[in-house]
Design a protein around this ligand. Structure first.
Ligand code: 13P
Ligand code: SF4
Length: 363
């Protein structure tokens, strides 16, 4: 969650029509030239996505942020992504989030005091166990710093299995934050099941476990989830298969285990795009991820049929907060020499978070 408050924009930004906003943004980009880099996550709406200099999944954007030299990085994504960019860029670079209300509900499900309490609770119950923390990149900088200082690493949806394998080589057990489903899907892909994997309920003493079950477990899953990917179900997969036995189903690993098990493929947003791009013309797809990406895929590949797995609009409402009017507002301010909506991670937090992010980039 962001401590700063989003200011109300002048109505001119909210009432302007799309064509006029598009022209003004294009003009501002030209004026700012190489000083400006716009990063866009795949879940951004088209009206904003079209302006991104670089697009990608969380891993690709984290890498891009660490390799670019632009003075201003405008991050069209959500808060944890802008924080990650700030941590990985040089001090003279400024990271801006066009709407400060663009958070991630999943990231908010792991608060630092809850995680510190859980760590202490666990170490008292299972003394001597070497517990390695792993956090999905969808987490606050303070969580990344906690993980970094305890020998752990960040992971993304495209490297979770690799990072989990690495962590189990470093210690006896892993606590995986904050996404239960990415953690379970990754552990399952590595052959773990039954007693190997337990759930930690953040509202319960010992996460709702006994010292014995924790002593047996190899992976402890924090009970956070993505409100968007929880909307996909295994019965939607069954319905599509009844309708079209040749359909291919691909889902994001933030979906529940039974949905991933029922699908033909799963992967990060970047992997979903590549799999569909590489499929032969005429293939029909049902895709279990955010609707802006699904609609874009349908448009990008007219020779294939791309549908949303769900009959409902699975929209990430916080990603959707980044609207063209907000993008124009931050660019107008930059042209006039003012920085608005700067995302800064305090140096002591950034130092710890950098440890866990750099460990991931090295694994
Ligand atoms: P990726 O783009 O890394 O697959 O992540 C999806 C997501 O939920 C971003 O918030
Ligand atoms: Fe968070 Fe899910 Fe939205 Fe990604 S899609 S930003 S995980 S709520």
């Amino acid at each position: 969650m962001c401590a700063l408050q989003q200011v109300d924009l002048d109505p001119v930004y909210l009432e302007d029509d799309e064509q006029s906003l598009t022209q003004k943004i294009a003009q501002r980009r030209k004026e700012l030239g190489d000083d400006l880099l716009i990063l866009g996550h795949h879940y951004q709406q088209e009206a904003v996505f079209q302006f991104a200099d670089l697009v990608g999944d969380s891993l690709k954007l984290a890498r891009a942020a660490s390799q670019q030299a632009s003075r201003y990085i405008v991050f069209c994504g959500v808060h944890f992504m802008a924080e990650t960019a700030d941590i990985l860029t040089a001090d003279h670079q400024t990271v801006i989030l066009p709407d400060l209300r663009a958070g991630c509900p999943m990231a908010d499900m792991a608060a630092i005091d809850q995680v510190e309490y859980a760590w202490q609770d666990f170490t008292e119950a299972v003394p001597g166990a070497r517990l390695i923390p792993i956090t999905y990149v969808n987490s606050a900088a303070r969580i990344k710093a906690f993980v970094g200082r305890r020998g752990g690493a960040v992971c993304t949806s495209s490297n979770a299995e690799r990072v989990l394998t690495w962590a189990l080589d470093q210690g006896d057990k892993v606590i995986f934050l904050p996404d239960e489903h990415l953690g379970r899907n990754s552990a399952h892909a590595m052959g773990m099941s039954g007693d190997d994997v337990v759930l930690w309920d953040r509202d319960e003493v010992l996460g709702g476990n006994t010292p014995e079950t924790l002593a047996r477990a190899r992976v402890i899953l924090w009970n956070g989830y993505c409100t968007v990917h929880m909307q996909f179900t295994a019965s939607q997969v069954a319905r599509w298969r009844e309708q079209d036995p040749a359909i291919r189903v691909i889902v994001h690993p933030e979906c529940r285990r039974e949905v991933v098990a029922a699908a033909d493929h799963y992967g990060s947003t970047e992997a979903i795009i590549k799999t569909i791009a590489d499929s032969p013309a005429g293939t029909t797809w049902a895709v279990g991820t955010e609707i802006n990406l699904v609609n874009r895929l349908a448009h990008m590949f007219p020779a294939k049929k791309v549908h949303s797995l769900s009959p409902f609009q699975c929209l990430c409402s916080t990603m959707y907060r980044i609207k063209p009017g907000y993008l124009l507002w931050v660019l107008d301010n930059l042209v006039e020499g003012r920085i608005v909506n700067r995302i800064t991670v305090p140096p002591e937090v950034a130092e710890g978070a950098r440890l866990s992010l750099n460990r991931m980039l090295e694994i």
